[in-house]
Design a protein around this ligand. Structure first.
Ligand code: FES
Length: 157
């Protein structure tokens, strides 16, 4: 995984600089440019998990891959889904959320890479709308409703 190969030893300072740059230059475009320079690393995000649902702050460094349209993120097991979730930033106002549970035999799906998530067990593939692009799975990934408000993604039950 190539995440954070920039300036790992100076992470704190660079994060601050990075956020300043974002604020100064209009956010998404700067982030997209930065991510493009980082290769295709897809970090595993972190969020807040409670009975009311799961929330993620897109301003947090571990979730920054979702801050730009076209970005993707994988999160681990939580109170809504024991297999974790795949998230995809479809447009400015929408984050799509899927279960990582493969609809073939229930393995945990890998992250979205070049728009496709691969199941390590028997090779099923799903696109960023959750639909099957390659079997043996035949059913789309389970989806979760979500809202994006400012930089906060709230995933409902
Ligand atoms: S469990 Fe995913 S392809 Fe079989």
């Amino acid at each position: 995984m190539q995440a954070n190969h920039h300036h790992r030893s100076n992470q704190k300072i660079n994060r601050r600089e990075f956020l300043k740059t974002l604020a100064a230059s209009g956010g998404a475009a700067a982030l997209a440019a930065l991510l493009a320079g980082c290769g295709e690393a897809v970090p595993t995000g972190a969020g807040t998990d409670s009975a009311a649902g799961v929330t993620l702050d897109l301003a947090a460094p571990e979730n920054q891959s979702l801050a730009a349209v076209g970005g993707a993120l994988a999160i681990g097991a939580n109170s809504l889904d024991p297999k974790g979730m795949l998230l995809y930033r479809m447009n400015e106002s929408t984050v799509l959320v899927f279960s990582r549970r493969c609809t073939h035999q229930g393995c945990v799906m890998g992250e979205f890479k070049d728009g496709v998530a691969l199941c390590p067990c028997h090779g099923s593939q799903f696109d960023t709308t959750g639909n099957v692009v390659k079997g043996p799975a035949t059913d789309a990934l389970k989806t979760y409703p979500s809202t994006l408000n400012g930089s906060t993604v709230t995933i409902g039950g």
